[in-house]
Ligand binder design. Structure first.
Ligand code: 5GP
Length: 191
């Protein structure tokens, strides 16, 4: 048997808005096996979001200063707001845990460049038309906003071939189980 320490995994999960990735990530976290990276963002907090748990909500000035100081592992602009992964937190947590980043494809691909060992997983809907209808269906957004979301969904799905694994969320339990088993297998192979 090898005496080499088991390396922890940097796991990146992406998927279009509405695909259920937040729920999937929460289910993974409830196992206690993973650390979640909390991102910084310049967008305002939504109802129910908690500073330091959902995000670190910071100003544009603070964000750009952190960029200058090379404080982000990756960052990206999404719908007019910046989002970034704090470098120090991820590097520290990786010493003791597998770390999950829930980020969009531009950021995911930046991390893959600097950390080729990172595992990129995209969650996709079983039925793209159904997700499109759901994005249209709420009736609370303007036509422009809906179109923006749909083109964003199409853009995100168009990046799926660049991911290491693509999982279909047709059933929450089996998707979570599939993801958990995939990570366990990768962990076993990563000794
Ligand atoms: P929301 O504003 O709905 O919370 O997130 C919008 C998008 O930004 C989601 O696709 C989410 O995964 C992504 N995101 C959240 N944090 C980060 C981050 O640190 N970096 C990047 N590149 N994307 C992020």
């Amino acid at each position: 048997m090898s005496n080499k320490p088991m390396k922890n995994l940097l796991i990146i999960i992406s998927g279009p808005s509405g695909v259920g990735k937040g729920t999937i990530v929460n289910r993974l976290l409830s196992t206690g096996d993973y650390a979640l990276s909390i991102s910084c963002t310049t967008r305002g907090a939504r109802k129910g979001e908690v500073e330091g748990k959902s995000y670190f909500f910071i100003s544009d000035e603070e964000f750009l200063k952190t960029v200058e100081e090379n404080g982000f592992l990756e960052y990206s602009k999404h719908f007019e707001h910046y989002y970034g992964t704090p470098r120090k937190f991820v590097e520290k947590q990786l010493k003791t845990h597998d770390v999950i980043l829930e980020i969009e494809p531009n950021g995911a691909l930046q991390v893959k460049k600097s950390h080729p060992e990172a595992i990129l997983i995209m969650i996709v809907p079983p039925d793209v038309d159904a997700l499109r209808s759901r994005l249209i269906g709420r009736g609370t957004e303007s036509r422009d906003e809906i179109e923006r979301r749909i083109s964003r969904m199409e853009y995100e799905l168009s990046k799926k071939d660049l991911y290491d694994y693509v999982l279909v969320n047709d059933n929450l339990d089996s998707c979570v189980e599939g993801l958990h088993n995939l990570i366990k297998d990768l962990k076993g192979a990563n000794i």
